[in-house]
Design a protein around this ligand. Structure first.
Ligand code: ADP
Ligand code: MG
Ligand code: ZN
Length: 589
């Protein structure tokens, strides 16, 4: 029965999605258009905004999925002005709500805010606005805990509803309902009562989390199964994706950053992400020593110091901010030209969000990740205790090791989308180096060598870290741990790739050990290693290509300089190419 219900709901969602919601012949269309221009001072809608607005004005429950910065707020702010009555906006972050209410008031739109820390007068005014038929209030922002815990609020909201003044309920960051989302908030689960409590009132959920899993869960929790889902593509055509070899020594690493900031990104703004407070401070200090102006940002700083750093970066006193992932919410600088990851992110979702802070203005920007095998263990030692986190991390590692697929293809997979190299326009290092002429090497004998080394070590009651395993492989370190074969003829970096490849494919696994001060990560044989002595066993690894990336020349300004040569070669695909061109300008398909 539940299966049937599920299929029916899916069918309902799919059918709704077939409708063209972007029409301009609705009874409200004229008002929508004029409000956009006169009140919001925007000339055109961004992709899918109009669909979201028409759908919610049709009183259809809707979930809007758009990348951060795409313009989700307008999808409930504008409809609020088109109809009588008021819109409730539920949002988890007080500072973002304050920003919105301020900016609405600047546009002469009556808006209010109610949080658990609001002063009494403000709370009373908001409660009155719910009851008072003559209150002109259009948008009331509340935190989920306010809604969940305040009987008085709910009673007043009931009154508002029975007076016919409750227009719609918008739920921002709606993924917070779901345990599967990256930032579950317990208070969000109370929101499930709304659809029954206020029949006929459209619910509009908004999020930048696009996984089907989370969206399904959200529909269930809010009790709006089968609702319309409006999703814009997550492709960011103006971002160039690049993996750069990370040197093992800190000095060499600083040197690369120095070069990037002084030459490739001279006079441009950017962010350098690290995964620890110590790294953030060390790198910021190192860069300052060579005359660069950078700020440092992490969770252990006082709020005041943090906003000062943010400000200095905004006004270009600082060229870059060296930050932990604490630097995230509320960054609205449009001209971020580079985001450098000094350490890999803990998941593709995180990587997408962090790197996505580049290029909000639509101009070319670069997302460079410094990758070295050793960093896998730095990150895994931090995240391994939480569910699924190792899979997420390995997804990120696969992205770094990848040398034969367009990087966009890997990002798309994460969002259940399907983009290929045609959506990339050579805006990733793999596409630049040419897809299709990838070399593959056989890993069978390497697997056997590594299995031998690990078996031999465990006979001696010795655990091996990745570095020790590499040493033994290259006939270095303690003699009893070395294998009997020849020294490999390839580089250590290449060998690191093999080990990382075997790790994410389950031939090796991580083994965590705790000391008082840190977590040590050893490697042991993984479940797949059992088959490596079978005659039929084969395993191939596509070899990464190390493409040219001139860190001491200014970064290109144009989006893509390959388009012209492409069209000369393949005149038959003009139509396809035109499609592609338009993708360069808009964020949507
Ligand atoms: P999101 O919630 O999706 O992250 P926001 O709603 O905060 O995005 O919008 C991001 C920025 O885009 C804001 O500065 C907003 O004013 C701007 N914006 C939204 N819609 C439009 C539009 N149609 N035209 C121009 N700018 C827009
Ligand atoms: Mg938002
Ligand atoms: Zn590509």
């Amino acid at each position: 029965k539940t299966e049937l219900k599920k299929s029916l709901n899916k069918l309902k969602s799919d059918t709704l999605a077939q409708v063209d919601w972007a029409g301009t012949n609705y009874e409200w269309s004229e008002k929508v258009e004029s409000t956009l221009k006169t009140t919001f001072k925007n000339n055109t809608f961004r992709p899918k905004q109009l669909s979201a607005i028409n759908s919610t004005l049709s009183r259809q429950h809707t979930i809007v999925v758009m990348p951060t910065g795409a313009g989700k707020s307008l999808c409930y702010q504008l409809p609020a002005l088109v109809e009588q009555g008021l819109t409730i906006v539920i949002s988890p972050l007080v500072s973002l709500m304050e920003d919105q209410v301020r900016s609405l008031k600047n546009k002469d739109i009556p808006a209010m805010l109610m949080t658990s820390t609001s002063p009494k007068e403000e709370t009373n005014a908001a409660l009155n606005a719910l009851r008072d038929k003559n209150s002109g209030i259009k948008l009331l922002y509340v935190t989920p805990e306010r809604l969940a815990k305040s009987k008085r609020f709910m009673a007043n909201l009931q009154k508002c509803f029975s007076n016919g003044r409750l227009q719609r309920i918008a739920i921002d960051e709606v993924h917070c309902c779901s345990h599967w989302g990256h930032d579950f908030r317990p208070d969000y689960k109370y929101l499930g009562i709304l659809s029954n409590m206020f029949p006929g009132i459209p619910i509009l959920g908004l999020t930048a989390t696009a996984t089907a899993h989370v969206i399904n869960d959200v529909q269930k929790i809010l009790n709006i199964q089968g609702c319309l889902i409006i999703k814009s593509t997550f492709n960011r055509p103006n971002l160039f994706y690049k993996i750069l070899e990370k040197p093992t020594s800190n000095d060499e690493c600083l040197n690369i950053l120095e070069n990037l900031l002084k030459r490739r990104y001279k006079d441009e703004s950017g962010i350098i992400y690290t995964n620890s407070i110590k790294d953030a401070e060390d790198i910021a200090n190192g860069l300052r020593k060579v005359g660069l102006k950078v700020g440092c940002y992490h969770a252990h700083m006082e709020a005041e110091a943090r906003s000062k750093v943010h400000m200095k970066w905004h006004e270009k006193t600082y060229q870059a901010i060296v930050a932990t992932v604490a630097f995230g919410m509320g960054i609205d600088k449009p001209d971020v030209r580079f985001v450098i990851h000094h350490t890999i992110s803990k998941s593709m979702e995180n990587y997408y969000q962090e790197s996505g802070r580049a290029g909000r203005d639509g101009l070319r920007a670069e997302c460079v990740t410094l990758y070295r095998m050793q960093d896998i263990f730095k990150v895994s030692a931090m995240v391994f205790s939480s569910v699924d986190s190792m899979d997420f991390l390995y997804g990120m590692v696969k992205y770094c090791l990848n040398g034969h697929l367009c990087r966009r293809e890997l990002i798309a997979k994460h969002f259940d989308e399907d983009w290929g190299d045609s959506d990339c326009n050579k805006m990733c290092d793999v596409c630049v180096s040419g897809i299709g002429n990838t070399k593959e090497i056989n890993l069978e004998s390497h697997c056997q060598t590594l299995a031998n080394i690990l078996d031999n070590a465990s006979k001696q009651d010795t655990k091996l870290t990745a570095q020790k395993l590499l040493d033994a492989w290259f006939l270095k370190g303690p003699v009893p741990l070395r294998h009997k074969g020849k020294e490999p003829s390839f580089s250590r970096i290449f060998a690191e790739d093999v080990i990382a490849y075997l790790l994410v494919d389950g031939y090796l696994t991580e083994d965590f050990h705790y000391t008082a001060y840190s977590t040590i990560v050893y490697l042991k044989k993984g479940p797949n290693m059992e088959v490596v002595y079978d005659k039929t066993f084969t395993l191939k690894m596509p070899v990464r290509k190390y493409t040219k990336f001139e860190i001491d020349k200014a970064a290109p300004k144009q989006l893509c300089d390959h388009e012209v040569t492409k069209s000369v070669k393949r005149p038959s695909s003009t139509e396809k190419k035109n499609n592609k061109k338009s993708k360069l300008i808009i964020i949507d398909d």
